[in-house]
Structure formats: structure tokens, C-alpha cells
Design a protein around this ligand. Structure first.
Ligand SMILES: [Zn+2]
Length: 359
């Protein structure tokens, strides 16, 4: 939790939209909150009144995971919150299951002959989602277990448990629309007569798209800037030498020039103002973590798994392990790419990081 949350302001107060209903934030902009069965127990979605190809309706931003309960929450929204109008298109900020999981269902449900309810997404995230949900080539399985083993999760029982796990991504994203429209950095999308500008960001997802509407003073931030928790930044098995923390810290600075009074619409938590303060907090948070990691490596060489008790001061279950190891590795990799740490694979097949002579 963010210890400096008091530097942020919640102009809408504590009132949340009740399940299956929405709350209006600006003319034609509605906030929808779906429940999720995880420790992160909700996601915020946004409904934007729109007109596409002469048809009146709604654009939805992000979708929720594919679970019967989530579909039921959507059905209630369709029946009571859309003023009898259709969903015209689906914009998705990035490939994570809570954002893209139901895109195939919403697009399919609202498409008819000659009138596609189109998915809009970045090209990188769209194609990675299609690969990731593949039962054979998708995320998880043996490549993930091998990757985590090389970061120190190499106890035989841990490896067996990792291999026995149902791959989570295909279970929450069982399908993807087979066509889409690409969103790219700098694109201006007309939604209901207002221009929304795409701002791409890296480090959390390969090509996350946030949307800024200057006229309405709103930033749909996705997962890039959250008020209470720090955005997950992880190295993943498909890009094992990546430096996502450098990418993330550079990406959030792209929001610094936005007007200070901008109302930030985050995917988790409540809409807030104080964007620039929050970006400063995130930089300070990661600087502290990097200093802790350097200190630990000065004591003894560290693998990502070695750092878990230092970085996560709570027990982690098997499902949290990949994200936690990936996050520890992201901090190690920033320091390694900067030349402050050196890495070497020890005889047990584990990457360990030690302080460079000039570090
Ligand atoms: Zn995400």
C-alpha cells in the first residue's frame, strides 16, 4: 500500500459504483467496477458514449476476466446502464487477463452482419495475447518452470508444483477476436466528439495504451499509474534478459506534461488527482528498492529468489511466485544493465548477481 497516499486527492469521495451499475464521471463517461476472485478484488472499466459509422452507442474500455460471474455482471450493465444502446467497440489497454479476457465475448455479442463491434488494442499486446492463450505455445508450462528454476526456484517440489499448475492465462483468456484495429502512440481517437490521445507505455505490458482526453481533463491510465499499489513490473520467461523497470520508469514520465488537475482513471483503486505527485512517489519507491537490492548484493551474491524475503515481507503462494520473482529480477536487471551488478550462472544452474568492482 502507498504510505504517501495522502498526497493524492479523491475528488469523487469514497462512493463506489455498486456492482452491475455505473457512476457518471463527466458527460458521457461512466465508471464501472467489476468484482474479481483474486487478492486484487476488482477492476475499473470505463464506458464512453459514442457514435461510430453513424450509429449511437457506447465504447467500452477494458473487459474483465472470462468467468461466468463476470459475464453476469456485464449482462446487468448491458440491460440497465446503456440507455438501450449497443456496444460499438471495445478498447483494451493491454493484454493482461483482467483487461482483455472477455474481449472475444463482448465483441462477438455485439457484432452483427456488416456491423463489427471491433477490438482496438496495441499490435504488440494483441498478438502476444493470441500467442499467450495458445494451449501449446502459450504462457506458463515448462518454459516458465525452467525460467523460474534459473532464478533460484529450483527445489524439486517447487518445480513439480509449477509444472502441475494449470496455465493461468488461457484459463482467463480462452479466446481472442481474430481481427482488431491497432492503436499506436500519438493516435487521436474520436470518441463521442472528443479526441482521446493514445500514450504508449512499456514495462508493465509490452505496449500498454493509456488514453488522454484534454477537453474532459481525463486520463484513462490502465495499470501504468495506480494510486494505492505500485504497478507490477516483471521479467517474464519469453524475454528473460529484459529491463522492464527502466522501460516503466521512462514510460511514466510521459504523463508528467499533462495538466496537474487531470483526473486519473486507474484500473484499480479510485479516480484521483495528483498525477505528478504519484509519478514522483513511484520513482522514489523503486529507488528505495534498488538501494535495498544493491545492499543485499554487497553482503553476498543474490538470485531473484534469494531477494523475495527482502522485497515481499509476506508469505507468497505458488501463484504469486512468478510475479514476485519477475519483479525481483526486474530490479536486478536494471542494475545489471547499468553495469552496477554482474551476473553469473553458478554450478547449480542459478543466475546470481554480485556488485561490479566499481559498483
Ligand atoms: Zn496489467
Amino acid at each position: 500500500m502507498n504510505p504517501q497516499e495522502s498526497a493524492l486527492h479523491y475528488p469523487l469521495g469514497d462512493e463506489l459504483p455498486a456492482p452491475g451499475t455505473t457512476r457518471e464521471l463527466a458527460p458521457g463517461v461512466r465508471w464501472l467496477r467489476l468484482q474479481m476472485p483474486f487478492s486484487l478484488d476488482h477492476i475499473n472499466l470505463w464506458l464512453l458514449r459514442d457514435r461510430v459509422d453513424g450509429r449511437e452507442g457506447w465504447t467500452v474500455v477494458d473487459c474483465g476476466i472470462d468467468r461466468p460471474e463476470t459475464r453476469a455482471q456485464w449482462e446487468s450493465v448491458f440491460a440497465t446502464q446503456l440507455e438501450g444502446l449497443p456496444v460499438l467497440r471495445v478498447l483494451v489497454t493491454h493484454l493482461h487477463p483482467d483487461h482483455v479476457g472477455l474481449a472475444h465475448w463482448i465483441c462477438g455479442r455485439w457484432s452483427q452482419a456488416g456491423q463489427d463491434c471491433r477490438l482496438w488494442m496495441s499490435g504488440t499486446d494483441y498478438f502476444l495475447a493470441r500467442v499467450g492463450r495458445d494451449p501449446v505455445e502459450g504462457f506458463g508450462g515448462e518454459p516458465l518452470a525452467r525460467f523460474l528454476g534459473a532464478q533460484g526456484l529450483n527445489a524439486p517440489e517447487t518445480q513439480q508444483a509449477l509444472l502441475a499448475r494449470t496455465p493461468y492465462y488461457p484459463s482467463l483468456v480462452p479466446d481472442m477476436p481474430r481481427s482488431y484495429r491497432r492503436m499506436v502512440e500519438g493516435d487521436l481517437i474520436d470518441i463521442g466528439g472528443h479526441a482521446w490521445r493514445c500514450i504508449s507505455g512499456r514495462g508493465h505490458a509490452p505496449e500498454h495504451i493509456a488514453l488522454h482526453c484534454e477537453a474532459l481533463g481525463l486520463l484513462i491510465a490502465g495499470d501504468m499509474v495506480l494510486p494505492r499499489i505500485s504497478t507490477n513490473v516483471s521479467v517474464h520467461e519469453d524475454e528473460p534478459e529484459a529491463n522492464p523497470l527502466r522501460d516503466f520508469l521512462a514510460s511514466i514520465d510521459k504523463y508528467l506534461p499533462l495538466p496537474p488537475q487531470t483526473l486519473v482513471l486507474p484500473s484499480h483503486g479510485k479516480p484521483f488527482t495528483g498525477l505528478q505527485a504519484r509519478i514522483g512517489q513511484l520513482h522514489a519507491h523503486h529507488a528505495d528498492r534498488l538501494a535495498e537490492v544493491m545492499d543485499a548484493c554487497r553482503q553476498a551474491p543474490q538470485s531473484a529468489a534469494d531477494l523475495l524475503p527482502l522485497m515481499f515481507k509476506r508469505p507468497l503462494d505458488l501463484n504469486q511466485m512468478p510475479i514476485a520473482v519477475g519483479e525481483a529480477l526486474a530490479h536486478l536487471h536494471l542494475l545489471w544493465h547499468e553495469g552496477r551488478l554482474l551476473r553469473g550462472m553458478d554450478a547449480d544452474g542459478v543466475w546470481r548477481f554480485r556488485v561490479a568492482p566499481q559498483g
